[in-house]
Design a protein around this ligand. Sequence first.
Ligand code: HEM
Length: 213
Amino acid sequence: MRSRRAVWTVALLLSLAIAAASARYLTFDPTTYFAQQRDVYVDRQTVLGLHIGGAIVALVLMPLQLAKSLRRRLPRVHRALGVLYVVGVLVGGLAGLALATTAHGGVVAGLGFTGLALAWLATTAAAVQAIARGDIPGHRRWMIRSASLTFAAVTLRLYLGVASATGLPFDPSYVTIAWLCWVPNLLLALHATRRGPAAPRHAAALVSASPRP
Ligand code: HEM
């Protein structure tokens, strides 16, 4: 239980840190932009602002929505924040899809981000469909998968930090990380939420990381 709480706390802190770091883009000051893409972002400020605005909402809300204590104690708040999370994913994901066409690293990186955007939108839509038909276990499974993709914003920046600290060349690292930031997250979430006799135990251990009421 303590380890679950620790995992949840680390995920919360990392999500808040990346959301705070990303918020600088909302000043639309080109000197704060990712240097290799500065000219592209100056040309695409609206789509960039929509992406980062929507994605920040989703990233900040994701750990809160996973917290069992909030779901149990304040179900209405969980529902209201859930609607906001879905709007954040929709806006951030559609704008992310548009940004993927001009991503640094060319077609291979662009396809990585396109796959991430489509998977993010699809898993979130499946979670909404599940709750609309009253399927709470299905809603939980799809939201865990959606959350693993929201967390790609954190893993991407962690891996870029490791690549830079270990002196790996930036461009090939960036292309690889455009895929690496989300495919393992999704595979882990799919494994943790698979159906079958062993599923509840694994899912609980890996992703029901929430503080105790
Ligand atoms: C999970 C789905 C997401 C997709 C598909 C996605 C897609 C993209 C794409 C294609 C770019 C442009 C990259 C380039 O120009 O090379 C980008 C940039 C960016 N995204 Fe996302 N993104 C996602 C989630 C997030 C989240 C959750 C955040 C954090 C709040 C975020 C923050 C940013 C920032 C700050 C940039 C500007 C580049 C940088 O400084 O790293 N994104 N995103």
